[in-house]
Design a protein around this ligand. Structure first.
Ligand SMILES: [Zn+2]
Ligand SMILES: [Zn+2]
Length: 331
């Protein structure tokens, strides 16, 4: 099976946290945390549709300016999600620049931002053409799911890092494997129509309805259910969890275990060694050993640690080993 999501930490473990999650067969990606994103090409940055930010400590939000600069003047909408007080921090960034010339831009670039509060989601729109003045407030009741599309959901947990910090899981509803040999033997090509095809399956469209596939300059019409039988196999969906900057205590542990349960991949911070766990506690971070233990207890298939303290420069292998040992001894 070729997974739908291809998550990649874009920086080294001593650099800013930032998980880039491009989608298979689509010019689209999600981003978890917004540290320094200079390692991404402008082409990759422009694939980003939704950014999920754990908290606004500088190393998790400094990439916003780079992102904004690349999107400015494009016909795009960018969706941002962040924790308590996120809208104030975002407005602070947006109000740092003069926007007197943006009224002349032919394209409309908008930001839609959602702040997660303990009992609500608060969303505001910021339009480039009016200098990013905050738009009307829309409030919805809090829920575990912060974002939903036919094919996947993004779930959250509000965690504690002395300030509120969000944990995120992206879960595919089910996975549609495209059988390329079957597809090619029918004379079909890979293209954007595959997203339409998958979305029709995720929406549970009537299988007897017709579905058009482009063939060069013409179109071929199939019955959706018959096409699915020939070119698709359905398997369980993929789940990826991203956790950064949390204190190690019972309430956080319980929330992370619930959120990360049975993930295919868990990306979790592991900044300190167990021998420095007092420092980790004071700074409201995990140790690598605690990260490995959480990964084992959540029953994840694979996990990666990142966000290493600079004090271990040249000793990353010690953190990796401590996390791996803790995982092995807890499974
Ligand atoms: Zn932090
Ligand atoms: Zn951090």
């Amino acid at each position: 099976m070729r997974p739908s999501f291809h998550p990649k930490l874009i920086n080294g473990p001593f650099e800013d946290p930032c998980l880039f999650v491009p989608f298979l067969f689509q010019r689209r990606a999600l981003l978890f945390d917004l540290g320094d994103i200079q390692a991404l090409s402008a082409r990759d940055v422009l694939k980003i549709s939704h950014v999920f930010i754990t908290h606004t400590h500088m190393d998790h939000f400094i990439g916003f300016d780079t992102l904004l600069r690349i999107f400015l003047g494009r016909e795009k909408t960018l969706h941002l999600f962040g924790p308590h007080d996120f809208l104030n921090h975002l407005q602070g960034k947006l109000s740092a620049y003069s926007w007197d010339l943006v009224g002349n831009y032919p394209n409309r670039f908008d930001i839609t931002a959602t702040e997660v509060r303990s009992n609500s989601f608060v969303t505001r729109k910021y339009q480039c053409q009016n200098g990013f003045l905050p738009g009307r407030i829309k409030t919805e009741p809090f829920g575990d799911i912060i974002y939903r599309e036919p094919g996947f959901t993004v779930e959250i947990a509000i965690l504690d890092h002395s300030i509120a910090c969000l944990g995120f899981s992206i879960t595919e509803r089910f996975h549609v494997n495209i059988l390329k040999d079957a597809l090619f033997s029918m004379g079909l090509q890979i293209g954007p129509w595959l997203k339409e095809f998958k979305d029709a399956l995720f929406r549970e469209d009537d299988p007897s309805k017709s579905f058009e596939v482009p063939m060069g300059k013409t179109k071929q019409v199939y019955i959706l259910g018959e096409l699915a039988d020939r070119i698709a196999r359905i398997t369980p969906g993929q789940k990826i969890t991203y956790i950064s900057d949390i204190s190690y205590h019972q309430a956080n542990r319980a929330k992370v275990l619930k959120l990360a349960k049975h993930s295919d991949q868990l990306f979790i911070e592991g900044p300190f060694l167990e021998s420095h766990k007092d420092i980790a506690r004071k700074k409201h971070h995990l140790t690598a050993g605690q990260a490995g233990k959480i990964a084992a207890e959540a029953g994840v298939k694979q996990f990666s640690i990142f966000h290493f303290s600079p004090r271990y420069m040249g000793m990353a292998h010690l953190l990796q080993k401590e996390a791996a040992d803790a995982y092995e001894s807890a499974v």
